[in-house]
Design a protein around this ligand. Structure first.
Ligand SMILES: CC(C)(COP(=O)(O)OP(=O)(O)OC[C@H]1O[C@@H](n2cnc3c(N)ncnc32)[C@H](O[C@H]2O[C@H](COP(=O)(O)OP(=O)(O)OP(=O)(O)O)[C@@H](O)[C@H]2O)[C@@H]1O)[C@@H](O)C(=O)NCCC(=O)NCCS
Ligand SMILES: Nc1ncnc2[nH]cnc12
Length: 272
């Protein structure tokens, strides 16, 4: 897939914008409000995405030069620091990692094969997490208490939430006669129902994660039955704000899913 990496890096930026603008999304920043993120605004997240965009172009260049994983990790660390300094937020910390890892994995597989790509993600993640890491982070605290493996578990397993949950949910909804509008929410529902989101756990403990999962299952059912799923999500947004609940991991994985579907052409096909 080496020749596709510059295009993939652009699609990874596109995916993050699509995630940001998808409205409503309970607890998350969207076009209506900042959800449970009092420190964030739409504008601040857009500023952060400029940094993500420059970073992904640099990672693609670094891979084209044949540089080692250590070089791409340095770019990720620098992008995290730039985001904090220039946008005053860590809102795309997870996405900097996930999107960078997918690009790196793309450089290791000969063709666009999701099984091979997933295996390459897992191998790279093993090398990445074999090195010492900054501690403590919210995610490491959750990992140490054995509540969930968060982003680390997701990466080591080769992005099961992308390849085994979100993409099949989108494709199944299209195959049964749905459209891009319904398939996107089927995908969000599946992610909410399945992701081990360490940000939900960090903010609201096990009960918070259980709420997100239950809402994901309800969303999937509403999409299936063509109920008022947008009304449901708007109502849940108010409930999440009242509890300070959010789902940053789900947001990042949704962005990654948008990006991959844009890259394969399925997103545009589903809109036609
Ligand atoms: C390896 C690192 C990414 C560090 O990971 P770690 O787990 O140690 O640290 P976290 O601080 O928890 O960051 C991980 C972020 O990943 C997202 N996430 C959570 N669960 C999952 C999941 N199951 N699957 C995938 N992704 C997941 C999540 O990101 C989103 O939430 C962020 C906001 O969360 P938080 O910081 O906790 O913020 P608040 O709730 O506001 O907390 P407080 O202010 O109250 O404290 C937001 O960023 C979303 O994107 C997790 O936050 C990394 O440190 C690393 O090494 N990076 C540099 C290397 C790199 O990126 N290289 C790339 C090239 S390979
Ligand atoms: N839309 C969003 N709101 C809050 N945090 C996020 N992290 C990634 N996307 C996000």
């Amino acid at each position: 897939m080496r020749s596709e990496l510059p295009t993939l890096s652009l699609n990874l930026v596109r995916g993050a914008f699509m995630e940001l603008y998808l409205t409503p999304k309970p607890g998350l920043v969207d076009l209506n409000d900042s959800g449970s993120h009092r420190d964030l605004t739409l504008h601040r997240m857009e500023t952060s995405l400029k940094i993500v965009s420059a970073y992904l172009a640099e990672v693609a260049d670094s891979l084209a030069r044949g540089e080692e994983l250590a070089a791409q990790v340095r770019l990720g660390v620098a992008a995290e620091a730039a985001m904090l300094q220039r946008a005053g937020t860590n809102c795309h910390k997870g996405y900097i990692f996930l999107s960078g890892l997918l690009l790196c994995a793309g450089s290791q597989v000969a063709r666009r094969d999701e099984g091979e790509l997933s295996a390459a993600v897992g191998r790279l993640a093993k090398r990445f997490f074999d090195r010492p890491h900054p501690q403590p982070t919210n995610g490491s605290r959750i990992r140490n208490s054995s509540e969930a493996q968060g982003v680390m578990g997701e990466a080591l397993a080769g992005f099961p939430s992308l390849f085994g949950a979100a993409l099949p949910a989108f494709r199944h909804e299209i195959a049964r006669g749905g459209n891009r509008g319904t398939a996107v929410y089927a995908m969000l529902g599946r992610l909410m129902a399945t992701v081990e989101d360490s940000t939900s756990l960090h903010r609201c403990g096990r009960e918070g994660l259980a709420t997100v999962r239950e809402d994901g299952r309800k969303l999937e059912l509403l999409v299936l039955q063509r109920g008022d799923f947008l009304g449901f999500l708007a109502e849940r947004n108010e409930a999440y704000i009242s509890r300070n609940l959010t789902m940053g991991g789900v947001a990042d994985l949704l962005a990654l899913s948008f990006a991959w579907l844009a890259h394969t052409g399925e997103l545009d096909l589903a809109a036609s």
